[in-house]
Write a protein that binds this ligand. Structure first.
Ligand SMILES: *[C@@H]1O[C@H](CO)[C@@H](O)[C@H](O)[C@H]1NC(C)=O
Ligand SMILES: *[C@@H]1O[C@H](CO)[C@@H](O)[C@H](O)[C@H]1NC(C)=O
Length: 184
């Protein structure tokens, strides 16, 4: 885990068809600032995993490939809350998703995802601009599938001034847990 760490003025590239090439991936981290950074890879632009708190991302360009993703969360035991994220002044250009939160169905961990602010975000031809997916199961059937709904509680998420174009008809997908519905 990493605490009090800043990344600024960095460019990260990988071919868009290269698998598992996340730009920045972090878990169990706190007080991280990422700014003035360009990321275009074959996987997530930025991936935010279990136990990450106090993260500030600003002036970042993402694309091609995936967007800024929280998760996947909830699959394993002993995962920790993800909270206090500010993500602002971002351009997603030609990505498959922009704002994304994904949690496994019927998760082993009962954790909280809370207090996020997404602000001033431009989408250019993004496939799924805003995507909360609490039925994440990349390779069905999932081991957890039969046990029910995600136990990850998503709450206090603010989306402000999100604009641009989406590639799909469905720009905003909110698929929240039936057991722990998204709040506020
Ligand atoms: C990181 O940047 C923030 C905001 O500019 C600053 O307050 C903080 O002290 C910096 N931290 C480090 C470890 O440089
Ligand atoms: C978006 O990406 C396309 C294709 O790479 C590029 O031509 C265009 O300038 C980019 N737009 C912005 C606003 O960065």
């Amino acid at each position: 885990s990493v605490h009090h760490f800043n990344i600024t003025g960095v460019t990260i590239t990988a071919p868009s068809d290269s698998p598992n090439t996340d730009g920045i991936k972090m878990g169990s981290c706190s007080n991280i600032h990422i700014s003035n950074t360009n990321i275009g890879t074959g996987d997530d632009c930025i991936a935010i995993l279990s136990g990450t708190t106090n993260l500030d991302i600003s002036n970042v360009k993402c694309g091609p490939r995936h967007g800024i993703c929280v998760g996947s969360l909830g699959k394993n035991k002993d995962e920790k809350d993800v909270k206090d994220l500010t993500i602002r002044d971002i351009v997603f250009n030609g990505t498959s998703d922009g704002i994304r939160i994904k949690t496994w169905e019927s998760s082993a961990s009962k954790i909280l995802v809370s207090n996020f602010v997404y602000e001033n975000i431009q989408m250019i031809d993004v496939e799924k601009a805003i995507n909360i997916d609490q039925k994440y199961c990349p390779h069905p059937p999932c081991e957890h599938e039969k046990k029910g709904e995600s136990h990850v509680q998503i709450q206090d998420i603010k989306l402000k001034n999100i604009y641009g174009t989406s590639k799909n008809k469905l720009a905003v997908n909110l698929q929240c847990s039936k057991s722990f519905p998204c709040k506020n």
